[in-house]
Design a protein around this ligand. Structure first.
Ligand code: TSX
Ligand code: MN
Length: 598
């Protein structure tokens, strides 16, 4: 960043911390972006109230019905700024090969020059907010801090919900002396002048031209996944795109699992699952730790311990109903920021699939609702709410030690071939299962429906370095003394010949989770096949379900010919990552392909 002196005097308050390196960086950014004022966020209620009042006054936030949805607001983003933009998201390592074929790359010097030209003077007439934040419980050794500088008060309000933001985070940063630097400006919200750049070696993020969630709330995808995955590799831990949940059995024992799914597979729904009635009566309970990101590292006992680095949920609204996710719906009755949803005539938020008898009056662009024109809510519309509002939020989510992980679950949306659940034989096989994961697209994601996309560990858009090196890092956890979780693969989306879903899903997924933890405890059976260990029908509790014989055959069967073809595809896909692909992963694929042939 080119420091300048010219006629610009730094606004008062630029040096606002006890940490010289932080003050220097804030001054450097201020001299580049030239704000009228600098505001250091302390995270207090008063600060939040003042920011909300300012946004209500300028129309950034619209207050929703205070009787039905207390302390809740609607934000409408720019219509060209409603989602992450992968082609403008860059990983800027010195060597292109270190970013890998899974990332868009630009040389660091070129990238800095390009984006600093956009930042030049961009905050004139605006306030620059300095947001110290902590990803993870403030007192956890697994947590990491960052500072986001932004000119968007909407970003400040969202960061306050999604992270531990303000004075305690600043105190930790001053103590530790290091932090991830995130610089963000909404710029002109011009898609032609938009970049989200990551500089892993410099622990730096620069985002310009978007105010939308994943591009602007830099603690989330940019820090907690792309930068953290890079740090995790260097420091021997994992930063993953996973939910974390606890399964409490009737004896009161709780097993924790972490699960990775590509988008549109219902990660938030699974994280907040409500057991079927029969299970509830027996005393089963599901505890939510997180719905999107999981940081885990080996503990002294060799097990992996996990934290949710986030403090809130930034969830997709459409499809969220009392049926699909009662805990999410309960969470967002108050103290919630909605982005790009529709509203009813009496100012209640509304979206497709909300499952109530109300009707939208105004769509997400603020125009009168016309189903011929567009849906009421944007398909990627969101709610931002504190995790503490979720009825199933686990007290263990705040534990600085994290929770021990018993099982890692990978999954995807597969209409055919892939059974309801199978278990990997060992860690290396589990890494292959994660690396070869795929999911069929839905209309909401791409417009093209039913096309299989590979998305290793659901990290395709989020791994901050070369996938081949990432797979090698995963494999490296299998060492003397390690007590690694079992690895499973699930598919809630298997369809019959008539195109109907064969598995009821939702709460009934607990039947599958129960089998997993029984496997962990050595209490459940399985059938050995070339692709892994499958439950026999009798190994799963299917009481009360009406599953015809054809459904059972598809959900619990194994189609050798189909899997031979699948493994050809997996081989070709993995070879695409070139010579850096770990030999052990190739050997594992070859072993299974040979077993399928034999
Ligand atoms: O989230 C889902 N899960 C996981 C829940 C814990 N969804 C929604 C996906 C879109 C985000 C599911 N959809 C799941 C599921 O397990 N399964 C399905 C497919 C399905 C949809 C409807 C029915 C059954 C299966 N049944 C009826 O509507 C009656
Ligand atoms: Mn996600």
């Amino acid at each position: 960043m080119n420091a300048r002196t010219k006629d610009f005097e730094l606004p008062p308050g630029t040096a606002g911390s006890r940490l010289q390196a932080l003050n220097d960086w804030v001054a450097e950014v201020a001299s580049l972006t030239r704000p009228d004022a600098v505001h250091w966020c302390d995270g207090s209620d008063a600060e939040n109230a003042a920011l909300i009042a300012k946004m209500e006054a300028d129309g950034t936030l619209l207050r929703l019905n205070e009787q039905t949805h207390p302390q809740s607001w609607l934000h409408r983003s720019h219509p060209d700024d409603v989602a992450r933009v992968e082609h403008l998201t860059l990983v800027c390592t010195p060597e292109r090969e270190d970013a890998g074929p899974n990332n868009h790359w630009m040389a660091p010097a070129e990238a800095h020059a390009k984006i600093d030209a956009l930042f030049d003077g961009c905050m004139q007439g605006r306030t620059m907010y300095v947001i110290p934040y902590c990803m993870g419980p403030i007192d956890s050794p697994l947590s990491r801090c960052g500072v986001e500088i932004t000119d968007s008060p909407y970003v400040v309000a969202n960061m306050r919900i999604m992270t531990r933001m303000g004075a305690p985070a600043l105190a930790r940063i001053e103590r530790e002396g290091s932090f991830v630097k995130g610089l963000h400006s909404i710029g002109e919200l011009d898609p032609e002048r938009r970049f989200i750049m990551h500089f892993p070696e410099e622990l730096t993020i620069k985002s310009y031209g978007s105010g939308y969630g994943g591009n602007a709330l830099l603690g989330k995808k940019c820090h907690a996944l792309r930068i953290a995955s890079h740090q995790a590799r260097a420091e021997g831990w994992l930063a993953e795109h996973m939910l974390i949940l606890g399964i409490e059995n009737p004896q009161g024992d709780t097993h924790y699992i972490a699960a990775a799914f590509p988008s549109a597979c219902g990660k938030t729904n699974l994280a907040m699952l409500i057991p079927p009635e029969g299970y509830r009566e027996k005393g089963w309970k599901i505890w939510t730790i997180g719905d999107d990101i999981c940081w885990m590292r080996p503990g002294a006992d060799g097990r992996l311990y996990a934290i949710n680095p986030e403090a809130g949920f930034f969830g997709v609204a459409p499809g969220t109903s009392r049926k699909s996710n009662p805990n999410a719906l309960a969470s967002i009755q108050s103290h919630t920021i909605f982005t790009n949803v529709g509203v009813t005539a009496d100012n209640q938020p509304w979206w497709e699939g909300i499952g109530n008898d109300q009707a939208p009056a105004t769509d997400w662009r603020g125009e009168p609702y016309d189903p011929a024109k567009r849906p009421a809510a944007h398909p990627n519309s969101r709610f931002t709410v504190s995790a503490k509002r979720c009825p199933s939020y686990s007290p263990m989510a705040e534990d600085p030690q994290g929770v021990p992980i018993s099982a890692i679950v990978f999954g995807g949306r597969r209409a055919s071939l892939v059974p309801l659940v199978f278990e990997a034989r060992d860690w290396t096989h589990g890494v292959l299962v994660g690396a070869s994961m795929g999911s069929e697209t839905t209309a909401a994601a791409t417009g093209a429906v039913g096309v299989m996309r590979r998305d290793p560990m659901a990290m395709k858009p989020f791994c901050g370095y070369n996938f081949a090196d990432y797979f090698a890092h995963w494999l490296s956890f299998d060492k003397a003394g390690a007590k690694l979780p079992r690895v499973f693969h699930v598919n809630w989306f298997r369809k019959g010949a008539d195109g109907a879903f064969l598995w009821p899903g939702f709460g009934d997924n607990l039947r599958v989770l129960e089998w997993m933890i029984d496997r962990v405890d050595g209490k459940a059976g399985a059938v050995d096949t070339p692709i892994g260990l499958l439950p026999a029908e009798a190994d799963l509790d299917l009481a009360g379900l009406d599953l015809p014989a054809e459904a059972r055959e598809a959900l619990f069967g194994f189609d050798a010919a189909g899997w031979r073809t699948e493994f050809e595809g997996i081989g070709e896909y993995l070879e695409g990552y070139g010579p850096r692909m770990p030999a052990a992963l190739r050997a594992e694929r070859d072993r299974i392909a040979a077993a399928l042939a034999g």
